[in-house]
Design a protein around this ligand. Structure first.
Ligand SMILES: Nc1nc2c(ncn2[C@@H]2O[C@H](COP(=O)(O)OP(=O)(O)OP(=O)(O)O)[C@@H](O)[C@H]2O)c(=O)[nH]1
Ligand SMILES: [Mg+2]
Length: 254
């Protein structure tokens, strides 16, 4: 495992789809983070996924004003997982973070996750479903999405048999060399759970930081609950097959 220095650069990949309303606040918070005398040297890589609003125009202007912001663009919407793949392929720093562009987890808490990677973790995730967490913010219309996220995490945890409480949270940090050793197939939201499952099956070291989920203040959710349930079902089937196959190999090897 390569040692990562104290002032190592960190790239934060931020997938965005029609998020024009929240971007001014997000950019201001990232600016403050970049200017603060922190432990890391922060760069922000936005992936605009074929937004039809002003998202790309606002981001492009931001890249002209600030050298530490970059933007990539899909000409049409390809999904959250596809946007992450595009972003990850461009990262060169030893630590890569991901976050929601709607700030439902505070970007100011990314340094805690990046520090855990420097201390030896392969993946560090914010964890709203950790037992030490305070309650996550439940606002109108989010109950179904929160229930889905919590239930999916419970089922994945039971299936994989490891002490990870949250599989569905985008607010994460990764060791780049560990992330690049994995590949994931999902194009949509379930990519976030797939990356965690593949990391666990690869024996990667996972760290969790209890962190409450806040309510979205701008724009609207892009998650379609029906599509997400179908994607999680597919991923559960794949995981169950992999786990059973491994148990079979172990039994045959005895
Ligand atoms: N690149 C890309 N990003 C997406 C897509 N869909 C959602 N996102 C981003 O992924 C993050 C999470 O999406 P949200 O719509 O907030 O979903 P959620 O967090 O489950 O729902 P909320 O309760 O509204 O926060 C946000 O930063 C979105 O802009 C997509 O198709 N492509
Ligand atoms: Mg959100």
């Amino acid at each position: 495992m390569t040692d990562i220095g104290h002032k190592a650069p960190v790239t934060v990949v931020i997938p965005c789809f029609n998020e024009q309303d929240g971007l001014p606040m997000l950019l201001e918070r990232l600016r403050r983070m970049h200017q603060a005398p922190a432990t890391h040297d922060w760069h922000f890589l936005f992936v605009d996924d074929g937004s039809s609003d002003d998202t790309f125009r606002i981001l492009l202007q931001a890249t002209r004003d600030e050298s530490w912001i970059e933007v990539l663009r899909h000409p049409q919407n390809m999904g959250l997982g596809a946007a992450l793949r595009t972003g990850f392929a461009h990262v060169r720093s030893p630590i890569v973070c991901t976050m929601d562009s709607d700030c439902t987890y505070p970007p100011e808490r990314l340094p805690e996750l990046a520090t855990l990677i420097r201390r030896g973790a392969d993946v560090a995730t914010a964890s709203p479903w950790h037992p030490d967490n305070e309650d996550s913010e439940d606002s109108e219309g989010t109950t179904l999405r929160l229930t889905l996220s919590r239930s999916a995490s419970l089922v994945y945890r039971a299936m994989i048999g490891q002490e990870v409480h949250t599989f569905t949270c985008l607010q994460r940090a990764y060791r780049l060399e560990s992330l690049h050793a994995l590949s994931f197939r999902a194009d949509g939201f379930s990519a976030v759970a797939e990356i965690m499952l593949r990391s666990l099956m690869a024996g990667h070291k996972i760290a969790e930081v209890p962190m409450p989920l806040e309510a979205r203040r701008f724009g609207e959710s892009k998650l379609r609950v029906g599509d997400a349930i179908m994607a999680h079902m597919g991923l559960l089937t794949l995981t169950a097959a992999t786990v059973s196959f491994r148990q079979l190999i172990r039994m045959l090897g005895r």
